[in-house]
Structure formats: C-alpha cells, structure tokens
Design a protein around this ligand. Structure first.
Ligand SMILES: Nc1ncnc2c1ncn2[C@@H]1O[C@H](COP(=O)(O)OP(=O)(O)OP(=O)(O)O)[C@@H](O)[C@H]1O
Ligand SMILES: [Mg+2]
Length: 602
C-alpha cells in the first residue's frame, strides 16, 4: 500500500476512479436490492417535488378565500383546501414509506458489501508476504482500514442518496422554475454559477485539510499501539514521558488540522448561507414586484418561493456531499490498493507438493532484505542437512542466523542460488505445503491472548484433549500448568505476558510437538534461563528434536555439544564447519573463542 504523508497532494487521478470502481464488484451480489433501493430513492425525491406545488395551492386557496364574499365560492375554495390538505397528507405518507424502504435496503446492501470487503481485506492482509509488514506499520494499517471502511459505509448509506436527491431536486426545480417564470428563474440562477465555482475551490481545500487530519490520527493510533504493545520497554526505560510527548504532539497536530479545517468549513457554510439567503430575499423582492404588476399569480409565486428555498438548500448541501464522496473515493482507493497487493501465492509461485522428509540443501544462497537491498545478509551460503540430523548454527549477533530460518520458511525470495528440500527447489514447492512440514520455535515467543490450551492447540487446530495433554507433558510444561488454579484454562494475557520466558518457551515447544513437523527450527532465545528451567527446556527440546531434522540456532553452546554438524557464521558466510570436538580442536578458531567467552559468562 502506498504510504501517504502530509505533504503529499491529495488528488484523485483517473487511477483512483478506476480503483474505486472496482468497489462495485462488492456491490454486485446485492445489486437487485440496491436497484430497488434506488427506485425508492427516486420515488421519494419525486414526491418531495409535489410539496412546493401543494403549498402554493394551499396558500393560494386561503389567500383567495379571505377576499371572497360569495358563499358558493367560499365552499368551493374550502373543498379545494381540504383536497390540498389530503394530498399533502398522502404525499408525506408515501414519503415516509419510501424513505423507510430506501434506508432499510441501502443499509442491507451496505452492510453486506462491507462484510465481504472486511473479509476480503483481512484475507488479503493475512496472506501478504512478510515484507509487506516490514514496510507498513500494523497500527497505522489497522486504523486506516477502520477509518476507510467507516467512510465507505457512510457514503453508501447516506451520502450517495443525499447527493442524488439534491441533484434531482435541483434539476427538476430548475425546469419548473423556468416554466413558472423564466424572468424570476434567470434572476435566481444568476447566483448559482458563482456559488458553484467558489464551492469547488473551497471544497478541495477543505478535503485536503481533513485528509491530513486523518493521516495524523492514523499516526497517533500507531503510537498508542506501539507503546502499549511494548509496555514493558516503555516502563523499564521510564520513557512514559517520551511516549506521552510523542502522542501529545501528534494529537495536537490533529487538533490544529481539524480546527483549521473546521474554520474553513464554517467560512464555507456561512458564505453559502449569505449567498443563498441573499439570493432568496432578492428573488422574493423581485417576485413581489411582479406579483403586484399582475405578471404572476399568487399561488404560483408561493410555489416559486418554496422551489427556490429547496433549490437553495440543495445547492448549499452539494459541495459538502461532493467532498464526502471524494473522500470516500480516496478511502476505497486505498482499500483497493491493499486488495491489489500481490499476496504470497503470487510472490512465491511454487505449486508442487513433493514428499518432504527433512533433507535440506543450501546451494550458494544469496540474500538481501528487500528494504536494504544494498546489504547482502546471506552471502554465497552453502551447506546440507541430512534427514534426522541435529544441525547447529552459531555466530555473533547479526551474522544472519535468524535470516536463515526465515528463508527456510520461504518468507522471502532469495536473490541467488537455491534452497532444496529433498532435492526439490524451494521455488517449485507450494508455500503452504512447505510450511506444513516445518515447525518453528522462534527466538521471541509470542503467544496469543487466550488460554494455555488455545495457545498449545495453535500447533494443530483440531487437536484432541489427549494430544494437547501429551504435548504439554513432553514439553515439560505439564508441571507448571497444573500449578495454576485454572490449569490449561489459564489466561496467558496479552502476548503471553502473564507467563515467564521459560514457560512461554515450553508452550512454544508443546505447540511444535503438536504440529509434529519433519523439520524443526529452533531459534534459541538470547536471554539465559536459570539452570533449573534451562534443564527443563533442554529436556523438552530433546524430546522435540527426536527423530526429525533439527536446525538449532544456539546461543548457549552447551545445547549443541552432541550436534551432528555445527556451522559458525560471520557476516552471512560460513567460517567454520564441524562437530563440537573438531571445532574445539582448532584453538584459534571462532568456535573456540565463542566457547571461551561463554565459559567466562557462566
Ligand atoms: N526485516 C529486515 N530488514 C532489513 N534488514 C534486516 C531485517 N531483519 C534483519 N536484518 C538485518 O540482517 C542482518 C542479520 O540479521 P539476523 O536476524 O539474521 O541476525 P542473527 O544472526 O539472528 O542475530 P542474533 O544472534 O542477534 O539473533 C542484521 O544485520 C540485521 O540488521
Ligand atoms: Mg536471531
């Protein structure tokens, strides 16, 4: 999705309209209801048109009656008076029925289309490659989507129909006014083009201001999201004041922008009012003169006046509605832009579903993160892992160890060489199929808010109670789980905050056990556990690694003493290979050095 900032000019291009038009595909399933809704809209707009005519008749009738002396004429006038009143009642009766169905149908269509659109957007987002989330802040993204969807809702529900109603009102009144008195109509219309030009100019400016405010508010939401999701960081660094400062600054900018746009909106409205009422009073005055000269009958004059007021009001409402529609087009455009993003099925094209047993080969792999193309994180890396082996990767921080796990999982396309699973190039393998065979215990275990059981079951959504229990047992988690009063139903809190690091790790291990993958990737947490829980975690890991290919990124070198093969990495390259004994033999090598360092820490 294209990021928009404050300085960018908000201009809708042909492209915007083209994108917005794609939105109609979401309306398609509801088109019959939509069309009937429009029918009711037209009907209710048309019945409104009878109102000024009947008011003219009403006032006209009462006006004549007061001057009448003949009893028969009075009765006749009374008759016509009551028929006018009955007609008015009928008009309003129909009007209310039409309005009900219009609103009912439009909201049915809108909510249906929006539900589909929400689903489509989330489906898209969840299937986008990881790179998308490196580029876009999730807080900003979710807040923008919420705002955009609200804008679209408002537009579909009310703005479009209001806009259309005003347009009908204006076009019909112009024609009728012309028939009643072209002279008066000309007088009336002479103010319209001026208003229209100014309205467009104003409208554009106001739109830009409110868009800026919207962008700012998305930013402020991102601040809230970021600081709350890493509240431990905020507090431990006592950066509350700093975060608050950032937030206050963003919020103040929103206020300033909104007040500015409010001021201009106010000016805009008052201008329209001045012009409108000025025109109405002017027309009233001219009409009175014409009526006195007998150029126009009284009831026609009243009708004319009501039409004029209606038209004036419609013109006044138009620019605001127009601006809203423009905003909604902008909103649909950005939603459609998300829907247009290439998801993983496009970015990673593989379709094959070969048998994956756990033989892995890195063949001269080159890789740079798309965000930092100039830095090659993995440089010409080659190694192979046999089925069932314990393969370890060690190296300094930033050497590219975690990157290897990301590449194995096909989170990114590599820039050169090949990664092969049982001889099949990763590029050819369907992404889901590949990931189904890989289990990851990540460096930073993030749990979902929910119960312990739900978090373990995440490894296999339809796991039985027994399977979950067994997985927890093998992961050495059963003991601490049973110590909680609620056992498996214990809530872990947001992101698992109510559990210790070692507990979280064991839950992640249980999750992986449940998944039972052919290949296991273990990105060991940097934070050292105390020796008691380290032993528990290590036991759990030994259970987990049994009988499958395991790739372990080790920080505690004790973990990998019995690894079949260890590679030592530096700056995206292998500098040493061998098993523990072999590597320790060269006492000026990196592995030896790392070991010495570790011994000093321990
Ligand atoms: N999403 C990303 N975009 C751009 N660069 C990245 C990204 N993730 C990591 N890097 C860079 O890639 C390099 C390797 O990172 P990686 O996470 O693989 O290191 P590591 O060996 O796992 O380190 P550690 O032991 O600290 O976990 C680092 O220089 C890092 O700054
Ligand atoms: Mg890492």
């Amino acid at each position: 999705m294209a990021r928009r900032d404050n300085t960018e000019k908000i201009k809708l291009s042909k492209e915007s309209y083209k994108k917005a038009r794609k939105f109609f595909t979401f309306l398609k399933p509801y088109r019959s209801q939509f069309i009937i809704g429009w029918l009711f809209l037209v009907l209710s707009s048309l019945t409104t048109m009878a109102f000024p005519y009947l008011m003219g008749k009403l006032f006209g009738a009462s006006n004549i009656t007061s001057n009448e002396t003949n009893v028969a004429d009075q009765i006749k006038d009374l008759d016509s008076l009551s028929s006018v009143v009955i007609a008015l009642f009928l008009i309003f009766g129909f009007q209310s029925i039409f309005s009900f169905f219009r609103i009912y149908l439009f909201s049915k269509v809108t909510e249906g289309a929006l539900r589909d659109m929400r689903n489509a957007t989330f489906t898209k987002l969840i299937n986008l490659p990881t790179d998308f989330f490196n580029k876009n802040k999730t807080g900003e993204l979710s807040s923008r989507i919420a705002t955009d969807i609200n804008l679209v809702r408002e537009t579909l529900n009310t703005t479009i129909s209001e806009f259309f109603r005003q347009v009908i009102t204006i076009s019909i009144t112009v024609v009728l006014l012309w028939f009643i008195s072209w002279k008066l109509a000309l007088l009336m219309l002479s103010t319209v083009p001026v208003m229209a030009i100014i309205a467009v100019f104003f409208g554009r400016y106001i739109k830009k201001l409110s868009k800026n405010a919207q962008d700012e508010s998305a930013k402020s939401n991102a601040i809230v999201e970021e600081s709350l999701s890493s509240i431990v960081n905020v507090k431990s660094f006592t950066n509350e004041v700093f975060e608050l400062g950032r937030y206050k600054k963003a919020v103040e900018t929103i206020r300033i922008l909104n007040v500015k746009s409010g001021t201009w909106r106010g000016l805009f409205v008052s201008f329209i009012f001045m012009a409108m009422f000025g025109a109405i009073i002017f027309v009233l005055w001219q009409g009175m003169i014409m009526k006195m000269n007998g150029e126009i009958p009284y009831d026609m004059f009243i009708t004319f006046l009501f039409f004029t007021v209606m038209m004036g009001a419609s013109f006044g409402a138009l620019p605001d509605l127009y601006a809203k529609i423009q905003r909604a087009i902008g909103a649909t455009e950005s939603l459609m832009t998300i829907l247009d993003e290439d998801d993983e099925s496009v970015v990673f094209s593989g379709k094959e579903t070969p048998k994956i047993t756990g033989n892995i080969e890195f063949d001269h792999v080159k890789f740079a993160y798309p965000q930092r193309k100039e830095i090659e994180v993995i440089r010409d890396l080659s190694f192979s892992v046999k089925q069932g082996e314990l393969f370890a990767i060690v190296g300094e921080s930033g050497a590219g160890k975690s990157t290897i796990t990301q590449l194995l999982l096909k989170f990114y396309n590599i820039d050169g060489g090949a990664i092969k699973f049982d001889g099949v190039d990763q590029k050819e393998i369907a992404t889901e199929h590949l990931r189904d065979h890989i289990g990851l215990v990540p460096q930073e275990v993030l749990l979902f808010s929910g119960t312990i059981r739900e978090n373990i079951a995440y490894g296999k959504i339809n796991a039985s109670e027994e399977e979950i229990h067994n997985a927890a047992k093998q992961a050495n988690a059963l003991e601490f789980i049973n110590e909680f009063p609620d056992g498996f139903e214990t809530e872990v809190g947001n992101r698992g905050i109510q559990l210790s690091g070692g507990q979280k790790q064991r839950i992640a291990i249980a999750r992986a056990l449940l998944k039972d993958p052919e290949i296991l990737i273990l990105d060991e947490a940097t934070s050292a556990l105390d020796s008691q829980s380290e032993r528990l975690v290590q036991d759990a890991l030994d259970n987990l690694m049994k009988g499958r290919t395991s790739i372990v990124i080790a920080h505690r070198l004790s973990t990998i003493k019995n690894a079949d093969k260890i590679i030592v990495m530096e700056k995206g390259q292998i500098i040493q290979t061998g098993n523990h004994e072999e590597l320790m033999a060269s006492n000026n090598g990196k592995y030896f050095e790392l070991n010495q360092l570790q011994r000093m820490v321990d």
